[in-house]
Design a protein around this ligand. Structure first.
Ligand code: FAD
Length: 264
């Protein structure tokens, strides 16, 4: 990998201006994915001195700076106080602690990686992304947005609420990428179901959610039926890690288990 210049930005405006100079300039956050891909680039624009590594809160939301590391996210008392400490589950099983001390939350979202545990873990909640130049969109809209957003991810806004979440990463060995992953939550009484690494990027199972949220009474049979609806509506595919049939079976099992868990 060849890089011509390392540029430490003095402000978001400065970073954005530098990005516009050359299409081969790019932001560097933790740099782990950039290194893995190993693609040549002109300038790497470093955001590390812009104060984007903080987690703050208001009455209604928690704001996670894009440069917050996965490790700081999983250990944050503010994050742990949300939804019965379920938000950090998705991050805790990514590689080891040394890795998570470097990898950032922003770098994990912006690439819309199909395998992303961070995306599937956040998707069941009311999450929106703040960009520079000024723009805000929900995480779900960002995932379905066609094309690349020419902007810097500044922060992730997580709306507060009451409820409980469940996260499951199915993998072959401890440090592997997921074969499939599940983020399930009951937030303010509403069920939310996200499935990622299908092997496509995380998506919400809207039909299954609508089914559950329209029932006056729920029991084991309802959770089983919702899991079947999710397996039917979400596109599940084959790849070298797992077949479509295996993924379909996993959806039926883990969506049901997740729903049971968040309903307790
Ligand atoms: C070996 C390995 C195994 C992994 N396993 C898993 C796994 O099992 N589960 C999982 O979920 N993830 C996994 N990941 C991904 C990892 O968790 C991070 O998501 C990834 O490394 C990106 O984070 P980063 O901070 O390193 O970003 P970088 O590598 O610095 O950047 C990644 C991309 O995002 C862009 N970018 C970064 N920040 C911003 C910003 N603020 N605004 C605009 N663009 C930005 C960069 O320009 C670059 O294109 C793995 C990665 C590696 C290298």
């Amino acid at each position: 990998m060849k890089v011509n210049e390392y540029y430490r930005a003095s402000s978001l405006e400065d970073a954005y201006r530098k990005l516009q100079e050359d299409p081969k300039n790019q932001i560097i956050a933790g740099g782990l994915w950039i290194k893995k891909i190993g693609q040549d680039c002109n300038a790497l624009v470093d955001l590390s001195t812009l104060g984007l590594n903080k987690i703050s809160e208001t009455k209604d939301e928690v704001i996670v700076g894009s440069m917050v590391t996965q490790r700081d996210f999983e250990n944050s008392n503010v994050i742990r106080s949300l939804f019965n400490d379920s938000l950090a589950f998705s991050v805790r099983e990514i590689m080891g602690v040394n890795f998570r001390n470097i990898a950032t939350i922003g770098g994990s979202i912006i690439g819309r990686y199909p395998f992303s545990d961070v995306i599937t873990g956040l998707l069941p909640y009311d999450v929106s992304l703040e960009f520079y130049p000024e723009q805000k969109m929900s995480l779900e809209d960002y995932l379905s947005y066609k094309g690349k957003i020419n902007a810097i991810l500044v922060a992730i806004h997580i709306k507060k609420g009451s409820g409980k979440g469940f996260y499951k990463k199915v993998k072959t060995t401890a440090l592997d990428f997921p074969i499939i992953n599940f983020g399930i939550a009951k937030v303010n009484g509403e069920y939310r179901i996200a499935v990622g690494a299908r092997p496509l990027t995380g998506a919400l199972a809207h039909k299954a959610m609508d089914y559950l949220n329209s029932q006056s009474k729920l029991d084991q049979e309802s959770y089983k039926k919702a899991a079947e609806i999710a397996a039917e509506e979400l596109m599940l595919l084959d790849n070298k890690d797992a077949s479509k049939e295996y993924r379909t079976d996993l959806v039926k099992v883990y969506v049901r288990r997740g729903l049971e868990e968040v309903s307790k």
